[in-house]
Ligand binder design. Sequence first.
Ligand code: CAA
Length: 286
Amino acid sequence: MKVAVIGAGLMGSGIAQTFAQAGYEVKNIDTFKDALAKADENVKKLFEKKVAKGKLTEAQKDEILGRLTYSPRMEDIKGAAVIIEAVPEKIELKKSVFAEIDKLADPEAVIVSNTSGLSISEIAAATNRPNKVMGAHFFYPAPVMKLLELIRGIATDDETYNTMKKMAQKIGKTTVDAPEFPGFIVNRILVPMQNEAAFMVMEGCEPKDVDNAMKLGCNFPMGPLELTDFVGVDIMLGTMKGLYKGFSDSKYRPCPLLENMVKAGYLGKKAGQGFYRYDKDGSIIG
Ligand code: CAA
């Protein structure tokens, strides 16, 4: 079965890798050729590390990488049974991508958005087949995180939902049904906590103190600020803004420090600077 993943950023490339590891033929599509080259390089590096650690043989690595190909052409979604969109969280962009998918995808294809909180019904309405559209929210890093939130739009039919649910099991994910409201389940709880941690830094706390408190006091694998850097300060702020706008509720007010950081280009680990500074290998240096 062929799977197409649209978007080769951190999420899209990780989702493509996840399906390739599970045995699917995957086409990762992005109109930005630089993004494709970077995704290819990152995935290869990751697999080389796994071979070096003895977690994968050279032959297994080559087999998985052989199933994962890249393309800058949207036409390459043709023949895909499942199409997963993972482009940036901008509703107009997602709608235009879905309108294009609608023109090119096979009639029976299941079309999935990896949105972290936008309306599936609104995205689906950009197509002439809203019954074939649903949400499946992966977590970063997609190949590692076990959860997949499944979200039905108003028109999503049972066949579409069941196909995605079965596929989720095949790629080793545990699913939960999430309501079609901003943030679904995880981000509605997690992102306000990250936002609150940013407020504490704005009030003068050291990021290390906030993170150590949550790691040692709650057994979190990463502190909320380290996690914000890991996922991307811009991504986290975008999600917080989605909650604020979507619920029209001041309790989701984004922390102004996050706005300043994004304006300054302090986007987290990927930029070498966020709440912490990083070396070129991604280790914290200050
Ligand atoms: N991409 C792919 N795989 C990665 C990865 C990445 N960016 N980072 C780590 N991994 C893999 C490694 O290859 C390794 O795999 P193997 O065991 O097969 O070698 C495995 O993860 C463990 O990595 P490490 O040993 O290097 O590091 P670790 O044990 O400290 O774990 C972690 C790293 C899994 C990221 C862990 O710190 C963790 O679980 N952090 C919390 C992550 C989290 O909360 N994610 C949710 C973010 S919110 C979100 O995603 C919502 C949204 O809408 C953006």
